[in-house]
Design a protein around this ligand. Structure first.
Ligand code: ZN
Length: 303
């Protein structure tokens, strides 16, 4: 098979695996691996254990995906693409219309309420807060905290992690501290976090493994306390809180944070947790001064 044909085949295979045509409407489906995030069991084991069961089935699937197509299969792929190419925009358009309609209404209302609002917004940003939260769609940072545009620099990822080898998170922190001079850094987790739950599930989650291992490490660091909690939900909630505190520690380990605090007296680091059941933020009362002092015994980067 030529390189071009192979490339076209891989593309069509990828499309088939990402969409289903169960009705006239084409809807994106969750990848098999990602579905574990949704279906992770509520019961959290007292310790983590690895499993290789799904990795074997994964290799079988991969083998099947890369089998050379017959000419008739290629023809079907082409027909599939032609048939559904027309329908896809209709499905996408519904959401886009709703979003753009809302955007227009919002922009008009903002300008009416505060003439010149967007002219001021375009002058630049000087946010006081850097918000590091979970990507969970139910926790829009600005809305739950009542922060207006321009008041918070926001970074979100699965389970609000601050891994020191994650270029994205590190760049956001560096920019927020050294260039935007934020006064507060908030790490905000939430009870019922699917990422935390998935990390405590003894399954191979593919590319998510190295990311979620940061949470397994939090469990290992606090294994004694967590294992002593009998109730599963209580133990899970405590892991959510401990994960927030450990991510605050990771923020405090950064040179930019330590140096800015030594020179300016800010930023201050806070650990909060959001609850779906009441919509409230809980302050985990991270003692920033004390945390910084302990961290600097080993991670002092102020020179
Ligand atoms: Zn989450």
């Amino acid at each position: 098979m030529s390189a071009t044909r192979l490339s076209n085949y891989l593309l069509s295979t990828a499309i088939r695996h990402h969409f289903t045509t169960s009705s006239r409407v084409i809807r994106p489906t969750l990848l098999p691996k990602a579905s574990h995030l949704i279906s992770a069991p509520a019961v959290i084991p007292r310790y983590c254990s690895s499993s290789s069961s799904s990795s074997s089935s994964s290799s079988t699937t991969t083998q099947k995906e890369y089998t050379s197509p017959s000419p008739s299969t290629s023809h079907k792929d082409s027909a599939w693409r032609k048939m559904h190419h027309k329908e896809t925009p209709d499905y996408l358009k519904q959401d886009h219309d709703r979003v753009f309609d809302h955007n227009r209404e919002w922009a008009e209302a903002q300008e009416k309420r505060d003439p010149g609002y967007f002219a001021k917004l375009s002058e630049g940003q000087t946010p006081d807060y850097l918000w590091i939260g979970c990507s969970d769609s139910r926790i829009p940072a600005e809305q739950i905290a009542g922060l207006a545009p321009g008041e918070a620099f926001v970074h979100r990822n699965i389970a609000n992690l601050v891994p020191n080898n994650d270029l994205n998170t590190m760049a956001v922190l560096e920019y927020a501290v050294r260039h935007l001079h934020v006064k507060h850094i908030v790490v905000c987790g939430h009870y019922g976090c699917g990422g935390v739950k998935a990390a405590m599930t003894p399954k191979d989650l593919g590319i998510l493994n190295p990311w979620l291992r940061n949470i397994r490490d939090v469990y290992r660091l606090h294994e004694k306390e967590l294992d002593a909690i009998e109730d599963d939900t209580t133990r899970y909630n405590r892991l959510v809180e401990l994960n927030v505190v450990e991510q605050c520690r990771n923020v405090v380990k950064m040179a930019a944070v330590q140096q800015s605090y030594a020179e300016n007296g800010f930023p201050i680091v806070h650990g909060w947790a959001f609850g779906f059941h009441d919509g409230l933020l809980k302050d985990l009362n991270v003692d920033f001064e004390s945390m910084l002092e302990k961290i600097q015994k080993i991670y002092n980067l102020t020179d």
